[in-house]
Design a protein around this ligand. Structure first.
Ligand code: F6P
Length: 477
């Protein structure tokens, strides 16, 4: 995939049947064999430029991949830049310019052809392809449906997602924060870029046709109005479309902070025992104090820093003693989630890894080889489906959240937030006594880590001086 900032493409004037036939003659999608449609879905983005389509496409892709549905975004803007290079001025989108118009069409259909070809590969897998372009006329949308239909992808497996937004504040933010920083405007000043981009929007507005029931009642579609204020849905049913709808209804673009920490060291951690519901060790209790102080300090430091601030922070824990004890001194609201309880190690609960290896060598080796799909006991795959409703709730939050979870649980949440494939997350190091700060943004998320181990060591010395412990315990792994 080409990786650069995307800009909306693919303006169409209404294509007559004759024009469309002309397109099909040289259509790159025609030569492709049929796609087995049993498992495939196509999401087709619709909307004027700067309506957050690429952001939504990336969100859907991240979520679907995390759920185990192989998903890829095909962005028409990236194809244009690959074929023509960056820097097209707004005139390029003028519908009356015949040559440019047919070039744009070709670019769009090349992206669509690749999308179909991609669905073709490894047919037996469940896949979701996202066509990220403006697809702003009825004719274009109807052509897309025809082309997909010819590749054996029926209408009910194609979901149009239209983003309608006329809030000047949001549009201005999208243009200033994302569009003018695009690869297209690398040679231009901010003013030049903004002016050109606004002209580009105008050329699209002249021919844009929103999805309407009187024409489109046979299509599956989701219309999002003003970034989720209102939703209109038509012919949406089944598991994947349902999950996409739930994501769109819960996610938003308000910047906020998510903090992720494991519980403090537990009694079982000190013995290397899996699972269980033990209390915190002295070192873990020291972390509970240090974490509370850290959050309070950061709250003071960030008071005036807009979305980085910890105002109205909520603390989420599992229902296990070690996470609740870790949160106990933090002076903010707390919520306990059973879905955040640690992975269930089944008959291995309460054993060390060495004991499991000795007494159940086959099971131990099978899990080492595939923790993601391990069939006996809870797998990481099972956990994704257990944690998913909590993640939708996390997506909905606009205020900061501190999650105090467990090693496996935090791996799964981290993989989602950082856009990692869950199958790759089973070994992600989630060290004890470390806070990960994650800031979701238009392109994914950034991460910062705070290692609090030194502060825990200092707190242990104070505990010794206060007579709360009789020696400084060693650190477990
Ligand atoms: O060892 C701590 C722990 O949270 C256990 O309770 C749990 O079984 C384990 O980590 C999960 O990690 P992994 O999947 O690497 O075995």
């Amino acid at each position: 995939m080409i990786n650069c900032v995307s800009v909306d493409e693919d303006l169409d004037k209404v294509e007559s049947d004759a024009e469309e036939d002309e397109v099909f003659k040289t259509d790159p999608t025609i030569s492709h064999p049929q796609v087995s449609s049993n498992f495939s879905f196509v999401v087709v983005m619709v909307g004027l430029p700067a309506r957050g389509k690429s952001y939504i496409a990336r969100q859907i892709s991240k979520y679907m991949n995390w759920l185990g549905v192989q998903t890829e975004v095909f962005n028409a803007g990236e194809y244009r830049r690959k074929i023509l290079g960056p820097g097209q001025k707004y005139e390029f989108w003028d519908t009356n310019h015949k040559e440019n118009y047919s070039m744009r069409k070709k670019i769009s259909y090349t992206a669509l052809a690749d999308l179909i070809q991609w669905l073709q590969e490894h047919k037996s897998q469940q896949k979701c392809a996202i066509f990220d372009a403006t697809n702003s006329t009825r004719a274009r949308r109807s052509t897309i449906l025809k082309k997909l239909g010819r590749a054996n992808i029926p209408k009910h497996r194609v979901i149009f997602v239209e983003s309608i937004c006329n809030d000047p504040k949001i549009l201005n933010r999208n243009i200033m924060d994302i569009k003018i920083k695009s690869y297209d405007y690398q040679e231009a000043t901010s003013e030049e870029a903004k002016e050109d981009f606004l002209s580009r929007i105008k050329t699209y507005e002249e021919v844009y046709q929103t999805i309407e029931d009187r024409f489109d009642s046979e299509m599956s579609y989701i219309k999002m109005v003003e970034v989720g204020k209102k939703f209109v849905m038509n012919k949406i049913g089944g598991y994947i479309p349902g999950r996409i709808t739930s994501l769109l209804m819960n996610s938003h673009i308000t910047p906020r902070t998510i903090l992720l920490s494991r519980h403090g060291e537990s009694e079982d951690n000190t013995k290397g025992l899996l699972g269980g519901d033990s209390q915190l060790s002295p070192r873990g209790r020291a972390y509970a104090k240090v974490l509370s102080e850290f959050i309070t300090e950061q709250h003071e430091l960030r008071r005036n820093y807009d979305y980085l601030s910890f105002n109205n922070i909520t603390v989420w824990t599992s229902t296990m003693k070690r996470t609740m004890m870790t949160s106990s001194q933090i002076p903010y609201d707390k919520l306990q989630w059973r879905q955040l309880d640690e992975i269930d190690a089944g008959i291995c609960e309460g054993m060390t890894y060495a004991q499991v290896e000795e007494s159940m060598p086959k099971e131990f080796a099978a899990r080492q080889a595939d923790k993601f799909g391990y069939p006996r006991g809870e797998s990481y795959h099972d956990m994704i489906y257990r944690i998913e409703p909590t993640l939708m709730e996390l997506e909905r939050q606009r205020e900061p959240v501190l999650i105090i979870g467990h090693q496996a649980v935090n791996r799964v949440i981290y993989a989602y937030l950082m856009g990692k494939k869950p199958i790759d997350c089973v070994e992600i190091p989630i060290p004890l006594h470390t806070v990960m700060e994650i800031l979701p943004n238009a392109y994914g998320a950034t991460e910062k880590r705070y290692d609090l181990n030194d502060r825990v060591d200092k707190e242990l010395i104070k505990m010794l001086e206060r007579g709360e412990i009789d020696h400084i315990p060693k650190q477990s792994h």
